[in-house]
Design a protein around this ligand. Structure first.
Ligand code: ATP
Length: 305
């Protein structure tokens, strides 16, 4: 059972955040919103500025310019205290028992020891760690330590979640438990921002995507919106040679291999897809005419190139 107030509606807006380290502008005028009830994936190569943006959002790092809004007003310390944050650097005490450590962290966030304990046991159960509650952290594998770190961020009845690479190091079962937990939060209106290099996972989970490259936002939208930015690609499979498609107006031929053609519509000729299909049908059998859905990894390569 999820722990947290029902139907919280929070929107976080990041506006013009900028941070320099010496000559390097690590985060350069970054703006985007993390909408209530949305899972927002934050992606970008190593050093793109994701962690720096998240740390500024959490008030752990000063900003050179820009601001963060919480439901339209400048974010406060109290708002941040109600945000479940998972830092990139994992900070557990190796010698302490898992349950004691989590109770301590819960109390720091204002929970009573008994509430904290109930939330902890529920989360340990979900991550298959209930029987390890009294083990010292150092006895856990790295992946299981990661699960404990996640519990620390999620057990405190957060009203927003900002998670720096929460899926890294998790096995597929833990990835599924984590994904379910995050969905429970978004279904109650909680905004979730998480960074990840696992694009397949981001594609599967996220409603919204922000792509950072060299400190700047290079794409911001739904996966479908990002897909529709470029030319639309189709595959045409005929019963005979497809070479004639090269001469169809408004169609750019990417590749023809015998009866199969990969095409892009240039957008210059309205209804080019219908013209193409009519032509193809008038020449004989059409086995397939379908849009090619680019994987997120391809879109990512294009926007960060
Ligand atoms: N405290 C610091 N002092 C100097 N440079 C820093 C500091 N923190 C970050 N940087 C630099 O800022 C840039 C952005 O780093 P950041 O950690 O935000 O990237 P990231 O997108 O989270 O990368 P990764 O995916 O590798 O975790 C990098 O070039 C990094 O070396």
């Amino acid at each position: 059972m999820p722990h947290g107030p029902p139907n919280v509606v929070v929107m976080i807006e990041i506006q013009g955040l900028t941070r320099r380290f010496g000559d390097l502008t690590a985060v350069d005028d970054v703006s985007f919103a993390v909408h209530d009830g949305h899972m927002t994936g934050f992606v970008g190569g190593n050093g793109a500025g994701k962690t720096t943006t998240m740390r500024m959002t959490m008030g752990l790092l000063g900003v050179d310019a820009g601001r963060v809004l919480w439901n339209g007003a400048p974010i406060t310390a109290a708002n941040r205290q109600r945000t479940g944050y998972m830092p990139e650097e994992r900070g557990l005490y190796p010698k302490q028992k898992i349950v004691d450590q989590l109770v301590y962290l819960g109390e720091l966030s204002g929970m009573s020891a008994s509430d904290a304990k109930a939330a902890i046991m529920d989360h340990l159960e979900r991550f298959g760690l209930a029987d390890r509650a009294n083990d010292r952290v150092e006895k856990l594998s790295l992946g299981n330590q990661q699960r404990v770190q996640i519990i620390a961020a999620l057990m405190t009845r957060p009203e927003a979640l900002i998670l720096d690479e929460p899926f890294s190091g998790l096995d597929p079962t833990a990835v599924d438990s984590m994904a379910d937990l995050l969905r429970e939060h978004t279904s109650r209106g909680i905004p979730v921002l998480f960074s990840s290099h696992q694009l397949d996972l981001v594609e599967r989970l996220c409603d919204h995507l922000v792509v950072l490259a060299k400190g700047r936002v290079v794409a911001d939208g739904t996966v479908a919106q990002l897909r529709n930015r470029g030319p639309q690609r189709y595959r045409l499979v005929l019963g005979s040679d497809a070479g004639w498609v090269r001469d169809v107006p408004g169609v750019h031929t990417v590749d023809v291999d015998g009866a199969t053609a990969v095409l892009e519509l240039t957008g210059e000729t309205p209804g080019a897809d219908q013209i193409l299909l009519r032509d193809a049908l008038s020449r004989g059998e059409v086995k397939e005419f379908a849009r090619i859905i680019a994987p997120l990894s391809e879109i990512y390569r294009e926007v960060t190139a």
